[in-house]
Design a protein around this ligand. Structure first.
Ligand code: GLN
Length: 453
């Protein structure tokens, strides 16, 4: 714990942590020592972790990296983090993220951007770590913590993992409790780990997963020993290669990495099959209807009365308006406006309902594929390597949204996905591959991920 606290202090220029909790960390570590002495350390005894600032932590400031939450200190602990502490983990502090997890570069945070510890060869240009879990990815990649919690609504665990050569797991919808996690789009949000290796991710997942009566969408299924899946033979497994993911203009190095990854799986005894997911091209536009719609509804609670920031006005209307105008950043406001528009009486059928229908078709594409015996699907994790801070999305937000082209389908279908480091681009930056699994079959993803990593 002390070594990690020192590393965090030495790497403050990355801006990965928005709150360091050294006293709490040392108290927790001492308490775990006492547990270990009694033989009750737990599977994560003494493992120092960073926590994305979207997870409510009792008596520790939780902001979702939004000004509107101000200095909100929750009187409760999220289920996922409480399970980590139950198993002996130690909290080092709270990690930076895009405001309310809206973004793909960690540049929308009210605490400023996170810097990726990786650099292009021969260059000192600061690169983004991806987002929204940019603090988690950067901190794990820079060895500031042994693992981190993260959340993934449309790629926010897998894309930053791919940009930093870390492993990120987005579990099946319902596998981890959403209770106590700041809501973005409730039908898409899932918590998961970012870790240094597939094995570490499997170990963390076991503690994070599990049924929680406080989240009605959490599923009551036994949590397997994910670590046991590491090193298990993948012989005879059928791996789908979806032809719709072969995008026009995809960089040659991404294409090459994808082919190599398939070859590694084949060499390990898996069988490769071309599959078709015909509705893939509609996933991103449909996601950017569904996610803002749910966000606009979830964010209605930030009214200046119940949480954090309050900008007084002459009446309640002015208080709402003043607080929300002052408290929300540009990207969040854009989402609230899009969401409110697509849910409005005159446009509901044309946008929101249509997007929900598309979502069903996307889900069915995967179901058809798995029904034909496919065990998992291999795709690139991102369409590019990490880009420069301030380089994308300035004039055109869609440029930023395109980062999630390979990851959003998984959330729309509620499936599990893992991003594993698989190679480097011509400038030495990490690139990742994604494996998509059947519902609640994270174990297969861990077995396959370990082969690719
Ligand atoms: N980048 C996507 C968005 O901005 C996904 C974010 C996420 O997964 N939290 O909505």
């Amino acid at each position: 714990t002390d070594a990690h606290l020192a590393a965090i202090e030495a790497a403050r220029s990355l801006n990965a942590f928005v709150l360091e909790t050294p006293d709490k960390a040392r108290d927790m570590a001492r308490a775990v020592d006492a547990r270990i002495a009694k033989g009750e350390g737990g599977p994560l005894a003494g493992i120092p972790l960073g926590i994305k600032d979207l997870f409510a932590t009792r008596d520790v400031r939780t902001t979702a990296c939004s000004k509107i939450l101000g200095n909100f200190v929750p009187p409760y602990e999220s289920t996922v983090t409480s399970q980590l502490w139950r198993d002996g983990a130690v909290m080092l502090g709270k990690l930076n993220n895009d405001e309310f997890a809206m973004g793909s570069s960690n540049e929308t945070s009210c605490f400023g951007p996170v810097v990726n510890p990786w650099r292009r060869e021969g260059s000192n240009t600061a690169l983004v770590p991806g987002g929204s879990s940019g603090g988690s990815a950067s901190a794990v990649a820079a060895l500031l913590c042994m693992g981190a919690t993260a959340t993934d609504t449309g790629g926010s665990i897998r894309q930053p993992a791919a940009f930093t050569a870390t492993v990120g797991v987005k579990p099946t919808y319902g596998r981890c409790s959403r209770w106590g996690i700041v809501a973005f789009a409730s039908s898409l949000d899932q918590a998961g780990p970012i870790a240094r290796t597939t094995r570490d991710a499997a170990i963390l997942m076991r503690s994070m997963a599990g049924h929680d009566p406080k989240d009605t969408t959490s599923v009551d299924r036994a949590v397997p020993d994910y670590e046991a899946a590491i090193g298990k033979s993948v012989k005879g497994m059928k791996i789908g290669i979806p032809k719709e993911y072969r995008l026009d203009g995809m960089p040659a190095e991404i294409e090459k990495l994808w082919t190599e990854g398939a070859a590694w799986l084949k060499a390990a005894g898996a069988e490769l099959v071309e599959v078709s997911l015909p509705h893939t091209k509609y996933a991103l536009p449909a996601y950017y209807i569904v996610a803002p719609a749910e966000a606009s509804s979830n964010l209605a609670r930030y009214d200046g009365v119940r949480y954090g920031l309050r900008v007084p006005g002459r009446n309640i209307g002015e208080l709402y308006e003043g607080t929300r105008a002052e408290g929300f950043g540009d990207e969040v406001r854009r989402r609230v406006m899009i969401g409110t528009y697509v849910l409005s009486a005159g446009y509901y059928d044309a946008y929101y309902l249509r997007a929900q229908k598309v979502r069903t078709l996307i889900k069915k594409d995967f179901e058809d594929c798995f029904a034909r015996g496919v065990n998992a699907i291999l795709t690139p994790a991102t369409p590019s390597a990490a880009f420069g801070v301030g380089e994308k999305g300035g004039a055109d937000p869609v440029e930023m949204y395109l980062n999630d082209i390979f990851t959003v389908t998984v959330n729309m279908a509620g499936l599990p996905g893992i991003a594993v480091p698989a190679g480097k681009d011509a400038q030495g930056l990490p690139l990742g591959l994604q494996l998509i699994g059947r519902p609640f079959d994270e174990e297969t993803l861990f077995s396959l991920g370990e082969v690719v990593e």
